[in-house]
Design a protein around this ligand. Structure first.
Ligand SMILES: *Cc1c(COP(=O)(O)O)cnc(C)c1O
Length: 402
């Protein structure tokens, strides 16, 4: 029996074709380091329009490698919106950078250009990168962020863990999140809860060939096997001048951040269905909007960012719990008693004890206001309109709506 779709706020959608693709990969010659990984990357390049896709073990690794290559480290600052998952901040933090949290729009959790500028002014060291987060699948105003970043010489890493499949508009032209028109790198996540999955998995998309080569090297121990890149000629070549067949070299230490061919096979199969996934998410999102519309005084969806056609990753509503004389905890427990999961995206990262200890006086009123009111309702491809009706009916009753 299939589990009740409302038991999770988000989850994967797999079919027989996905299972078949993985089984075939298991029967193949390479479980990792084989051609399926590159084919998945090529499919990501085709879908997004990015010049280079570099797959990796998860989005956190992708953010970590991108921040590393773009110069995050000790005596540098990296700007991260506070309303995001821990990974966005932890990736540059682990490189030794100072994390500077930006505020967000209280109506949808997105970092606005003015929040970015204010964060630049608070940097205790040279700002090297900003990591805009496309929360729930809506895009940050990348053109404006790019303008500000260029003026300060700041690199841009898009955290698009929620936004694979989102189309954004640029002067009448439809572009795909991941094409990196206004950034140096974009990271995707293929965790089961996201818009498509490889189990665990991620990818970094970039425009620059040199950066792609650096990412590929970092992904695999910093190892170089291409003879034209060897630094140590004596060690690398035989007397005839041919590259030694066993030889590899390392000039910069790296990681093992590789995706497997098994995961990539699932990725290719899932990516082929992304469009239909996105359409289903949009249809369910519109159904939620329509059913909630009469109750706008007590619960309403987050503000549309207006510059894109989002691949709605999350359906987040804003509720003034205090004004309604209730508590979020009570509402979530009451939903769960009716078999409906919900979640909060996210606890502002600057409030986490680790980061709070470093920024005890930091006040981000937009993030606080957004956090106080937000609640994520179930949204995924295993649901239908009937499920949305059940969630809305139950929620409105709990909130005492007429
Ligand atoms: C899920 C998520 C990540 C981390 O992705 P993993 O693939 O699990 O490492 C990073 N940022 C955001 C906004 C996410 O939602």
């Amino acid at each position: 029996m299939r589990p009740d779709p409302l038991k999770s706020y988000g989850c994967q959608t797999l079919d027989e074709a996905d299972i078949q693709a993985v089984a075939e990969a298991l029967r193949g010659q390479y479980l990792t380091g084989g051609p399926i990984v590159r084919n998945f990357e090529l499919a990501l390049e085709r879908m997004t329009g990015a010049a280079h896709a570099v797959s990796c073990g998860n989005c956190t690794q992708g953010l970590h490698m991108a921040a590393h290559v773009l110069g995050a480290g000790p005596e540098t600052s990296v700007i991260v919106p506070s309303v995001t998952f821990l990974a966005t901040a932890n990736a540059p933090e682990s490189l030794g950078a100072d994390i500077v949290f930006a505020d967000v729009d209280p109506e949808n959790g997105l970092m606005q250009p003015e929040h970015f500028e204010a964060a630049v002014r608070r940097c205790p060291s040279r700002p090297v990168a900003v990591m805009p987060v496309h929360l729930a699948g809506q895009v940050v105003d990348m053109k404006a962020v790019h303008g500000i970043a260029s003026r300060h010489g700041i690199k841009i890493i898009e955290d698009a863990a929620h936004a694979i499949g989102t189309v954004y508009e640029d002067g009448g032209k439809a572009r795909r999140v991941g094409d990196c028109s206004f950034s140096d790198a974009t990271a995707f996540s293929f965790h089961p809860v996201k818009n498509m999955t490889t189990g665990e998995g991620g990818a970094v998309l970039v425009r620059d060939a040199g950066m792609a080569a650096k990412l590929r090297r970092l992904r695999s121990h910093g190892m170089v096997r291409e003879a034209d890149q060897f630094v140590d000629g004596d060690a690398g070549f035989d007397k005839a001048g041919d590259a030694n067949p066993w030889y590899y070299e390392m000039s910069v230490p790296g990681y093992n951040y590789r995706l497997t061919d098994i995961q990539a096979a699932l990725g290719i199969s899932q990516l082929a269905k992304l469009e239909t996934f996105v359409e289903t998410r949009l249809r369910l999102k519109k159904k939620y909007d329509e059913l909630l519309f009469p109750y706008a005084d007590i619960v309403r969806p987050v503000k549309a960012s207006g510059n894109c056609k989002p691949a709605w990753h999350l359906y987040i509503v804003l509720i003034d719990f205090e004004r309604l004389g209730t508590e979020r905890s009570y509402v979530m427990k009451a939903l769960l008693e009716n078999g409906i999961a919900s979640q909060v995206h996210y606890i502002p990262v600057h409030r986490q004890p680790y980061y709070k200890a470093k920024n005890p006086d930091l006040k981000l009123p937009g993030a606080e206001e957004y956090y106080a009111r937000s609640l994520t309702l179930p949204l995924h491809v295993n649901m239908d309109e009937g499920h949305v009706e059940r969630v809305v009916g139950t929620l409105v009753k709990i909130l005492g709506g007429k």
